[in-house]
Design a protein around this ligand. Structure first.
Ligand code: IPE
Ligand code: IPE
Ligand code: MG
Length: 231
């Protein structure tokens, strides 16, 4: 049974396996990304149902620029069409959208579609969905340190670093899930994940659904978070 008293405040999802999902079916990789968007929708609705406050989806890393132009443009077009389409999922389901990462290298129409959805959903007070776009944990730290230098702070402490990271508006992730069976962080929130619980289900991201999320949450609820102490 899922206990509603021990639901993580913030979950981070490293959505992996879109390419392998498509290749397994003899389809081009971008078909996997397209199915992956449906999995994002299912997961958002499930997060609302389970009472999660923040869910961050790792959608494009600072390293993903190494992929082919075709794949990268496919992802951008998919995201733009998805956000700019008539029936906006976030507006319809009262989901507040935010992002972390650096948007400036993305095509202007994608940036506009994203900012428009962010603006239209900014007053919703339920689930906050965060897209990590052109995001890297190291890049987040480097940009934070440069902002600290610019602000001429005399001494840095841990809280200050947290406040200068892209994620400053939300709590650190309690739970990070990476699908597809790969067991690595791939430059997701490095500083913020110091005490996150981790779980690596085998399922490829496009197949992920409410049942998988429920199983992940059950596993989270069995964990004993000690933070270096004794419980
Ligand atoms: C995750 O799926 C989506 C992105 C990184 C954009 P992948 O595209 O990495 O899928 P695999 O790992 O090749 O199967
Ligand atoms: C991590 O997946 C990044 C995202 C999910 C956006 P990758 O597929 O890019 O990671 P590696 O290359 O397997 O480490
Ligand atoms: Mg991958």
């Amino acid at each position: 049974m899922l206990s509603f008293s021990k639901i993580p405040n913030h979950i981070g999802i490293i959505m992996d396996g879109n390419g392998r999902w498509a290749t397994k079916r003899g389809l081009p990789r971008n078909f996997g990304h397209k199915e992956g968007v449906k999995a994002i929708e299912r997961t958002i609705l499930a997060c609302q149902k389970f009472g999660i406050k923040y869910c961050t989806f790792f959608a494009f890393s600072t390293e993903n620029w190494k992929r082919s132009k075709e794949e990268i443009n496919g992802i951008f077009n998919l995201l733009r069409d998805y956000l700019a389409g008539g029936d906006n999922f976030f507006v319809k389901n009262k989901v507040k959208l935010k992002y972390i990462g650096v948007l400036s290298p993305f095509p202007q129409d994608l940036q506009d579609a994203l900012k428009d959805t962010i603006d239209k959903t900014k007053d919703f007070d339920g689930l906050v969905v965060v897209l990590a776009l052109n995001y890297g944990g190291r890049d987040d730290l480097v940009r934070a340190y440069n902002k600290l230098l610019k602000d001429k702070v005399e001494k840095v402490d841990e809280k200050m670093i947290l406040n200068y990271l892209d994620t400053s508006f939300m709590p650190e992730p309690d739970f990070v899930i990476r699908t597809s069976g790969e067991e690595r962080i791939s430059n997701f929130m490095l500083y913020q994940m110091a005490y996150s619980e981790l779980y690596f289900p085998k399922v490829y991201w496009p197949d992920f659904n409410e049942k998988h999320l429920k199983k992940c949450l059950k596993i989270y609820q069995k964990r004993n978070r000690r933070y270096g102490g004794i419980k």
